[in-house]
Design a binder for this molecule. Structure first.
Ligand SMILES: [Cu+2]
Length: 357
């Protein structure tokens, strides 16, 4: 068994900075994470549902995201003006055709979120964990009045109504489409262009809240359907909209209930709610694993090449084959190469976190 600590940029930069006074490094959160790995994860990060967090904790999370978005990023040679926050948008954009509708969809995003969360802590002094959004709780309320969309307790509300917004043709349209104007991200400028295009495009965050999609797709029953699947292959397939792929699945739905920027398949993580949605998908996998840990911490399957060609490009150079525990995943300049086996258990190896429920 082997695991490697990802060479998160923050960590390597720090090691460089402290190369004269190495004794200081152990005080750093990354060193704490390494200590936890060595000791067997005694201090897991506890990922809470947004509603379980105090106003103080919520403010700390917003402050950390705003901090990351104020730091110059590693991909400014690709797109001038990109922030550290947008390094992850660049990464997601360039990996999208290879990490969705595949066996390693959940492991790759688990690694992606862990790295993002770690950087919030390392570079922005965030003490908490990545929150998640359990949208099944919103079944009881009008989606627009969910605390998630509160300007004071959440991430701000809908975008301006735009008559001709782009929504997938088979979906009912959302209620907005334009720029958002309240909450902690109202003044954000995104510098990276949409989806597969790659140039500097300064733009606002857009939303188009979609209660119709929520009523059909992000319900407790949909989550229960996923949790009831007998093996990893089926669980991850249903979560991503299989087996027909004509359906959204809870993954697609979690993007389209927010809509706007979050509905841009390649660049959806310009929207901060992406991270709460994907933490929830990771949580669903985690919950499913808890039901039978002895088997499910090592159950992985699915193709290396996407099941469905809905993302468009031809996957030149990608081998056919199945994802195994030894399949390698990488995050380019942001973090090193790891294997799927390194992220199977959130409480062992390089990871150290769990969910409240
Ligand atoms: Cu993704």
């Amino acid at each position: 068994m082997s695991f490697r600590i990802p060479s998160v940029s923050a960590c390597s930069k720090l090691l460089l900075a402290f190369s004269i006074g190495l004794s200081l490094v152990s005080a750093h959160p990354m060193a704490q994470a390494e200590d936890d790995a060595a000791r067997g994860c005694k201090h897991p990060r506890i990922r809470k549902e947004w509603r379980q967090m105090s106003q103080r904790e919520r403010a700390d999370y917003h402050a950390a995201l705003n901090c990351l978005h104020s730091i110059p990023g590693l991909y400014q040679d690709k797109v001038p003006g990109l922030s550290s926050y947008e390094d992850y948008v660049y990464l997601h954009k360039s990996h999208t055709p290879y990490v969705h509708l595949v066996g390693h969809f959940l492991p790759w995003h688990r690694y992606f979120l862990w790295t993002f969360e770690t950087q919030l802590r390392d570079e922005c002094g965030y003490k908490g964990a990545q929150p998640y959004w359990d949208y099944t709780l919103d079944e009881a309320v009008n989606l627009h009045s969910s605390p998630i969309f509160s300007p004071t307790a959440g991430f701000g509300g809908d975008g301006d109504y735009v008559a001709n917004q782009t929504t997938p043709p088979d979906l009912p349209r959302g209620t907005g489409g334009g720029c958002i104007h309240d909450g902690p991200y109202a003044n954000w400028t995104i510098h990276i262009s949409r989806n597969t295009t790659l140039f500097r495009e300064d733009r606002c965050l857009q939303r188009s809240i979609n209660p119709d999609v929520a009523a059909y797709w992000t319900t407790p029953q949909r989550q229960a359907d996923i949790l009831a699947q007998p093996d990893y292959g089926w669980m991850s397939k249903v979560l991503e909209g299989g087996p027909s792929w004509e359906t959204l699945g809870i993954h697609g739905a979690g993007h389209f209930i927010v809509g706007g920027t979050d509905g841009e398949v390649f660049t959806s993580n310009a929207e901060p709610l992406f991270y709460l949605h994907h933490a929830n998908l990771d949580r669903i996998w985690w919950k499913w694993q808890q039901d039978e840990p002895s088997v499910r911490y090592s159950d992985i399957s699915g193709p290396i090449r996407p099941w469905s060609n809905v993302l468009g490009p031809v996957y030149e150079g990608l081998p056919y084959g199945n994802v195994t525990l030894d399949f390698e995943m990488y995050l380019e300049r942001v973090a090193g190469t790891i294997k799927v086996r390194d992220v199977m258990n959130t409480m062992a190896g390089m990871l150290c976190y769990e969910y409240t429920d």
